[in-house]
Design a protein around this ligand. Structure first.
Ligand SMILES: [Zn+2]
Length: 259
């Protein structure tokens, strides 16, 4: 069970909820006086703003985040490899072995439910010097952007509680499932002391099954300072990580953790 939501977070999200009602109320008000044109305009604008702000991972409309490493890191040719959706006993140990072989560190954004089932893997990731981040308790990918304030708190605070219970320390980085946000996420992250990390380089390995295609996409978009999104627990994740590390070496880019 997560701790109760702090009053400041509840207050801020209540305000956001009230603000979110304005477009709907305006649509109804304009329609009720026969101004269907204005009603449609408000509806359309709301649709565009919410669509952009919630669904586009790199949009900063509703919440601040980082999508690349700061300048000094980029100047040194550093990148941050992140692996989402673990831990998984079928793949995480192999990923850890590859990272060790390359003497590379990565960020693992873990799902709370999976971490609860495999706490020994969570401890192993941390013991090997990798970063562990919060990736929500149940990973509600399709509806994360529709979560109400209390559901948002439940998802993120529960994962925080799970990881703290295993590691004895609070993660400080958060990555939302499929990179979606909404109006209620910022107060929750603030109350839990979390910073959101998105990415600026990915190969769509969550849906693509061909390692060659994934690698081509990653090598096309990677640059100094990139945050690279990879996934744990996919059929090709082991091959993709191995080949990504080789490609980074050839480009003289070094994987590091954010300072
Ligand atoms: Zn995910």
């Amino acid at each position: 069970m997560p701790p109760p939501q702090p009053e400041s977070c509840r207050r801020e999200n209540t305000l956001h909820f009230i603000l979110s009602l304005f477009p709907a109320l305006s649509c109804v008000a304009f329609a009720s006086v026969g101004r269907w044109d204005l009603s449609g305009l408000v509806f359309g604008l709301t649709f565009i703003v919410i669509g952009y702000g919630c669904i586009i991972p790199r949009a900063r409309l509703f919440c601040h985040h980082i999508s690349e490493l700061p300048h000094p890191a980029a100047e040194k040719g550093q990148v941050w490899i992140t692996l989402d959706d673990g831990p998984d006993p079928a793949t995480t140990p192999a990923l850890l072995a590859i990272l060790d072989r390359h003497q590379a560190k990565a960020g693992f954004f873990l799902i709370g439910d999976k971490a609860q089932k495999h706490p020994e893997l969570v401890r192993e990731i941390a013991q090997r010097g990798h970063l562990i981040g919060n990736h929500s308790q149940t990973h509600p990918a399709g509806r994360f952007w529709t979560l109400r304030p209390t559901e948002m708190w439940q998802e993120i605070a529960s994962c925080q509680e799970t990881l703290r219970g295993i590691l004895g320390a609070d993660p400080v980085w958060f990555r939302p499932p499929v990179g979606h946000h909404n109006l209620f996420i910022a107060p929750v992250l603030k109350a839990l002391g979390l910073t959101m990390a998105i990415w600026n380089c990915r190969g769509f390995d969550g849906i693509e099954k061909r390692a060659d295609v994934i690698l081509h996409r990653i090598s096309r978009s990677v640059k100094p300072g990139s945050i690279i999104l990879l996934h744990d627990a996919t059929p090709v994740c082991v091959e993709v990580l191995e080949r990504t590390l080789h490609m980074l070496q050839e480009r003289q880019l070094s994987p590091v953790l954010p300072g």
